[in-house]
Write a protein that binds this ligand. Structure first.
Ligand SMILES: *[C@@H]1O[C@H](CO)[C@@H](O)[C@H](O)[C@H]1NC(C)=O
Ligand SMILES: *[C@@H]1O[C@H](CO)[C@@H](O)[C@H](O)[C@H]1NC(C)=O
Ligand SMILES: *[C@@H]1O[C@H](CO)[C@@H](O)[C@H](O)[C@H]1NC(C)=O
Length: 357
């Protein structure tokens, strides 16, 4: 069987368009929403990580570029008593989102509602653009200015809470909100204001902001979170509008199979003895390819601490080998079972009735 991959549908759509370059496949797995807890969460974590390189440089799957990522105009007020100003940021570009490592995922997937927390670690994220300061005051001295800025944050540990809902009768789930929360390990500010009237004002502002960077980060949360959250909602929603919810997260393994997620060929060989009414099924040989596999073994009493976690990690890493091994071991009993099931059918209906001459 060839598991047709949830995210691969977008690729298929992209490949169908002659204008687009052929895409490398997204090595995604089928994440069935009936798989609770770690199996589903690991599956989602794996797929998001596998998906990031495909959207990094943008223009694919109808999604905007992640690297860099553009944010509409936003503004903030700095009020420290030492320096106060109102800042408008334009042509804001974010660098570094493409280097995200998916820390973990926790999903609660219902038939019509989705709640997902995606944990991301970002080594470095820079916001660059144009800055206009107004209503400024430094030690009671008024100023205004215009220039460029670079705010760089390091060691970001973010959690994005994605909430979605599917209306009755709808194929697609709509993403209603994306709420990022995060902690930041450090921040540097580099503002250049060539024409601000006060000599070296930008250097003073940089020094103050670099000193009070934790305050800046807290302020940033209030001001930057809203436009970013808005942008993210639109990006993630595009993805969900491209792939039906039941295909992205099939209700069960069986549903995945029925939805065409699995591509198997069963070779059935039968023979009818002379004078017999019924055909006897002699063999059923399944062949298949698998697009993904997750292993979740729990060994509570194994003596060696975390042995099961190590085994799971190895098996999840070498899943293609596992699948190949599985073919040798699983194929025989499955083929045996299938032969018996299909044979029962042929024993119930005479061959000439099932397929008249
Ligand atoms: C906006 O930012 C991009 C990327 O940094 C830059 O190439 C472009 O020239 C900027 N546009 C304006 C109007 O400054
Ligand atoms: C990131 O934050 C989560 C949740 O707050 C925490 O459990 C985890 O240990 C943090 N990870 C790192 C690498 O800081
Ligand atoms: C299923 O597998 C067969 C044989 O390998 C192949 O010809 C066919 O294109 C596959 N179909 C899909 C939908 O992947």
């Amino acid at each position: 069987m060839r598991a047709v991959l949830a995210f691969a549908t977008i690729l298929a759509a992209a490949a169908a368009s002659p204008a687009l370059q052929p895409e490398p496949p997204v090595h995604a797995r089928t994440c069935s929403r009936s798989n609770k807890d770690n199996t589903l969460n690991n599956c989602i974590r794996h797929n998001i990580q596998a998906f990031i390189p495909h959207v990094k440089n943008g223009g694919k799957f109808g999604l905007p570029s992640l690297e860099p990522f553009h944010v509409p105009e936003t503004s903030f007020d700095l009020r420290t008593g030492l320096i106060d100003f109102h800042a408008v940021m334009r042509n804001l570009t974010v660098y570094g989102l493409g280097d995200a490592v998916v820390r973990d995922a926790m999903a609660d997937l219902g038939d019509d509602a989705m709640l997902m927390d995606v944990g991301l670690l970002l080594p470095k994220v820079s916001f660059r653009g144009m800055l206009e300061l107004s209503g400024g005051q430094i030690l009671e001295l008024p100023f205004k200015g215009r220039g460029i800025f670079d705010f760089t944050f390091s060691d970001i540990n973010a959690t994005w809470r994605v909430v979605g809902k599917r209306q009755a009768g709808e194929e697609h789930l709509e993403v209603q909100s994306v709420t990022p929360t995060y902690t930041v390990g450090g921040m540097t500010t580099d503002i250049k204001l060539p024409d601000q009237g006060i000599p070296n004002l930008d250097r003073v502002i940089n020094a103050v902001m670099n000193h009070y960077w934790t305050i800046m980060v807290d302020m940033g949360k209030a001001y930057v979170q809203k436009p970013i959250s808005h942008q993210l909602r639109s990006v993630i929603n595009t993805l969900f509008q491209n792939v039906p919810y039941d295909q992205m997260f099939p209700a069960s393994w069986l549903a995945a199979l029925l939805a065409g997620d699995i591509n198997a060929t069963w070779r059935v060989v039968g023979k009818r003895q002379a004078g017999e009414e019924h055909l006897e099924v002699q063999s059923v040989t399944p062949t298949y390819t698998v697009g993904g596999m997750t292993t979740d073994i729990k060994l509570p009493d194994q003596g060696i601490p975390n042995l099961d976690r190590v085994i799971n990690a190895v098996m999840n890493h070498y899943w293609t080998i596992m699948v190949d091994m599985g073919k040798a071991y699983v194929q025989k009993p499955i083929s045996h079972q299938l032969r018996s099931v299909i044979n029962t059918l042929f024993q119930n209906v005479p061959y000439d009735q099932m397929f008249p001459a």
